[in-house]
Design a protein around this ligand. Sequence first.
Ligand SMILES: *[C@@H]1O[C@H](CO)[C@@H](O)[C@H](O)[C@H]1NC(C)=O
Ligand SMILES: *[C@@H]1O[C@H](CO)[C@@H](O)[C@H](O)[C@H]1NC(C)=O
Ligand SMILES: *[C@@H]1O[C@H](CO)[C@@H](O)[C@H](O)[C@H]1NC(C)=O
Length: 525
Amino acid sequence: MLTFLAVAWLCILPSCATSLTPSKEAARQRAPQIFNAVHDAMRQWGSSVHHNGMSFFLATVPEGVLLHHGNNQPNSPTEPDWLAYEIEHAEGFARGRRPRPPPHVSNQEGDQQRISEKPPGPPADSEGGWLHVYRTTRPLQFLYVDGMSAGKTKMGTLDTQDYILRGLDKDSRDEWSTEKGGRPKSGGPMGERDRANELCKQCKEWNIQGVIRMETGFEIIKCDFSDGLEQVQALKRPPPTGQGHGRRGIAGMEFVRGLSERYQGIGSSRTMIDYSSMVSAFFFPLNLTNSDAARPDLPRLSNNSESDLTAVKAYLDSSIEERRANALRTRDWQDISDMIVSRYADRLQFMADGISSVQTMEEEITFLLDVFIDYSDSKNPDLSAAVDRCTRFYVRGISATTEVDYLLYAAFISVSERICKSLFTIRELVADSGLSTSQSLGAAVKEAKDLIEFLDWSRFKRCPACAVDEVCVIPMWPMGTVEDYYHPHCTNATSMDDGESYWGNRPGPPGDGNGRPGKPGYGPP
Ligand SMILES: *[C@@H]1O[C@H](CO)[C@@H](O)[C@H](O)[C@H]1NC(C)=O
Ligand SMILES: *[C@@H]1O[C@H](CO)[C@@H](O)[C@H](O)[C@H]1NC(C)=O
Ligand SMILES: *[C@@H]1O[C@H](CO)[C@@H](O)[C@H](O)[C@H]1NC(C)=O
């Protein structure tokens, strides 16, 4: 309600006459993307599959959570800096001084860049840095920017930060991304120092403590290390040996194994998201079409007017204002998405790929749908009532109260309705006596495949369980190959990162930096 008021109030201003607002219509049109954004939030796997995030959420890190920071000195940072959720992620930055970086770049950012551009071979550092461990001393509130939002790529992973939060126009934004090696004239490697400072200026206005993002691990841009953190330890690292921090070998594999523990969630109640605070570009009638025709799957913000992007930002401002003090739900929208995905994902894949007889298909579909059918009239059950029951089944778990809840409700109902209609279509197809068995089966399989394509759940890309000397790999900036993105698979320490870089940002066989193959042999099926 407050949000309605806030937006209505804003629109008293003359400039607001045409101001863009979120709509249920837009939410329905982008229903699968909205559902996936909720389902993938704070999950390393889904956020790597759908790496161009388009959404923001308020998130709380409770008291007593350990966070990590690597740098080249025993002291805590005195300006905005990075905290890692995983030890290994911070260890990569716990390096001593090296001859680079150039003078306008702070040492910390030199470290930040080092992880992404480190050439193979022993590092030039002559000594180890410091690994700091902090504990939160009270609940801290952050803006979570979803997707691979710490991935310094040209593919759109930074769009929500650069276009919406920072309000950059295309030209100033292109400055860091177009220059060779991602090294801009100013603003730190890949614009990260400017980005962190500007985001923290925003956070100060919002009265929150920083920004949560993701790359090879979740991280926090913590605006003030003296606020809400207590240092638990700060230990000097041994001199670098030239082994142990590369992406290959045991340490590289173990880093990925650590991240794979977070594929399905950050774990251990380390962060709670307020889904009713979600502000998503998917809620607005924006043009999210990618100008790179080879990647229609990746949404972009680059083709929208400044006033439309400003309207999204204004909505975010009011949403943060409204939700900042709200209690978190005990059951949230991600819980609902989990119930839906866990009920249908493997069964849909089984129907699409694993069933070769009409009879099995019939048994499977009966198993899934009987719960929704009233067999009082067993010859002629009311199927439209059954579809309706199926559509509303899981969404009953939440009562919508905020405007965002109603947008999420519209998106979830659309997704659920599509699932239910498709499943009841399959039920009809396998019972259709006018079709041959192979026609029935073929049509049912096609329906299941179309549904899977529509839903585009990150779960569909999941690896089977891996052997203990292997981990399931998907590109997580800056690591990973084109093959890893399209066909994630179990990989051992020796074959880790073998192939063409997905992100095109490091030595090795060249990709074009757009997640596309630079040479034949890799790519989408
Ligand atoms: C939307 O953006 C795409 C990619 O930049 C562009 O080609 C297209 O013309 C835009 N559509 C509209 C209606 O502006
Ligand atoms: C969107 O893309 C089209 C086609 O490239 C271009 O003509 C138009 O100016 C762009 N609009 C904005 C707002 O960037
Ligand atoms: C690692 O995997 C590759 C490719 O599957 C295989 O050829 C190699 O033998 C494996 N190495 C070890 C040490 O198991």
